[in-house]
Design a protein around this ligand. Structure first.
Ligand SMILES: [Zn+2]
Length: 291
């Protein structure tokens, strides 16, 4: 089974009106990225996967903080509605700002809506991931078997503090909550080695490879580090739709050794790449296969 663990909820149910279309030049170096998209756009983009994990990020000003413009009050309902439209191929994650009041009520409401995990982007949401209330929130997720996917590493959004995305901060979280299932997004790019040493030591901490193939050297270094430290089996496939689609992500990973032509540098074994693509992500995160 192929699981794309990292896709963002489409911003629009139907075709995007021209006036609402948003395009960013600085997300990829090879082409602009359209961050507004329809349900059909998402379905087409993840056609290469059997199951996609889908989420929004709870922020007050989505355009300034994430570039993914959706009404903040619809953060979780938009995801739940989208998942309900094709529940055999989609798993939804909720998002809340752990520093807000009533977060536990919102989590309970979302779980009733069928959302099965949590997406947090402390940099986009502007909270210190080791703050007291954040820790209380992780404890709740650990107790209720809700995996958390953390944004890690770089972001082009100016107002998003990079210090909240450093992979070694996630080591601190995992030290406190050993049973919490964690996914470190983007292998913490460009801090792939820091991510690798973190997932290596914590049994329930994983990393997704979304977007990393867009920077071939970072991708090569990060995957090779995972192989050399014996934890490539903890890497999960992700596309980061709308940045890329699942097919592109798989093809990009399979090209990881292309930059080595003419060198004697060690190769990332093809089996390691296939293992990422076919990883048992749902088993790792304690999620049920959708039916
Ligand atoms: Zn993302």
């Amino acid at each position: 089974m192929i699981v794309d663990v990292h896709t963002h909820t489409p911003t629009h149910r139907d075709a995007v009106p021209e006036a609402e279309r948003r395009v960013y030049e600085n997300w990829r170096t090879d082409r602009p990225v359209t961050t507004t998209n329809s349900w059909a756009d998402h379905a087409a983009a993840v056609a290469g996967a059997d199951v996609a994990i889908v989420f929004n990020i709870a922020v007050d000003d989505p355009e300034a903080m994430t570039g993914l413009p959706y009404p903040p009050e619809r953060t979780n309902d938009a995801t739940a509605e989208f998942v309900a439209a094709d529940p055999r191929r989609r798993i939804g994650f909720l998002s809340v700002n752990p520093l807000r009041d009533n977060v536990f009520e919102e989590v309970e409401r979302c779980v009733e809506l069928g959302l099965a995990g949590v997406k947090l982007g402390p940099n986009y949401q502007n909270f210190d991931p080791l703050e007291e209330r954040a820790l209380a929130f992780y404890a709740h997720c650990e107790r209720h078997g809700l995996p958390i996917l953390f944004h890690q590493g770089a972001s082009p959004m100016r107002h998003a503090p990079l210090r909240y995305t450093y992979p070694l901060v996630t080591d601190e979280v995992a030290l406190r909550f050993p049973e919490l299932r964690i996914v470190m997004a983007h292998m913490g790019h460009p801090w792939g080695t820091e991510t690798v040493v973190t997932i290596r030591k914590h049994p329930h901490v994983y990393a997704d490879v979304s977007s990393i193939y867009l920077r071939p050297w970072v991708c090569y270094q990060s995957l090779l580090a995972a192989v050399e430290w014996g934890c490539a089996g903890k890497l999960l496939l992700g596309s980061d739709f709308p940045i890329a689609d699942t097919g592109e992500a798989m093809a990009g990973l399979r090209r990881v050794n292309d930059i080595l032509e003419g060198t004697k540098l060690p190769r990332v074994p093809a089996e390691a790449v296939e293992r990422i693509i076919h990883a048992d992500a749902l088993g790792a995160l304690g999620l049920e296969v959708p039916s």
